[in-house]
Design a protein around this ligand. Sequence first.
Ligand SMILES: CC(C)(COP(=O)(O)OP(=O)(O)OC[C@H]1O[C@@H](n2cnc3c(N)ncnc32)[C@H](O)[C@@H]1OP(=O)(O)O)[C@@H](O)C(=O)NCCC(=O)NCCS
Length: 211
Amino acid sequence: MRSVLIWGCGGHGREVNWLCEQAGIEVVGFLDERPEMRGVVIDDVPVLGDIVDVLSLRGTVEVVCAGVGSPSLKKKFFEKTRSASFTIAEPIVHPAVTVSKRNRLGIGCVVCEGTVMTVNIDIGHHVVINRIVNIGHDCVIGDFSTIAPGVNLSGNVYIGEGAYIGTGASIKEKTVVGDWSMVGGGAFVRQDVPARTMYAGVPARFVKQWK
Ligand SMILES: CC(C)(COP(=O)(O)OP(=O)(O)OC[C@H]1O[C@@H](n2cnc3c(N)ncnc32)[C@H](O)[C@@H]1OP(=O)(O)O)[C@@H](O)C(=O)NCCC(=O)NCCS
């Protein structure tokens, strides 16, 4: 049986815990940087502290960095996990989700209930595919990205590294969402979104940009 630690014990972390229960994976504990959280029990799972507090578990557990939705936090947790020489978790996929042999799922990915993926899809490392996401043929999703519940990615959509696609958004075919960009909930994206930019609305329009 697989045994994992999950970074983050908030709402998404608890959902990943539930996903692990459904997938028959043992959750040994949550990891959380906040000292006050250490020892708290959440949904029957103890918060064990930071990665340096659990070094004795190295070699016996896989670590899930995608227990949070924030792409930048996932990256931070991945770097801490790698520095501490822990094994990154293989993908965790809801048992009712079918993954074609023509798709690639990177390490540390989390794929939740109700998601549909067709063929020739390339999903990077530490990507969250939340509930009831629809991913068409030839999509590419970069490392650390998060796809919120109910998103529709038409065919040939390219999502860069660290992007966040808000709940219920739809992306037109052959559209690019740049690295570390954000798409607001409910948006319809019909033109490319540059890197480090937020688009929102129907049709999606520029909201703001950051460095
Ligand atoms: C897009 C989003 C990130 C913006 O959040 P923010 O940075 O706090 O920005 P603000 O709320 O200040 O909004 C900035 C502008 O964008 C508009 N806006 C924000 N979200 C929008 C949305 N989803 N659709 C259309 N317009 C939106 C606001 O009205 C505001 O416009 P204004 O400047 O003309 O008043 C946020 O509203 C959103 O949609 N988040 C997605 C959340 C999600 O998917 N959660 C899933 C959890 S599992």
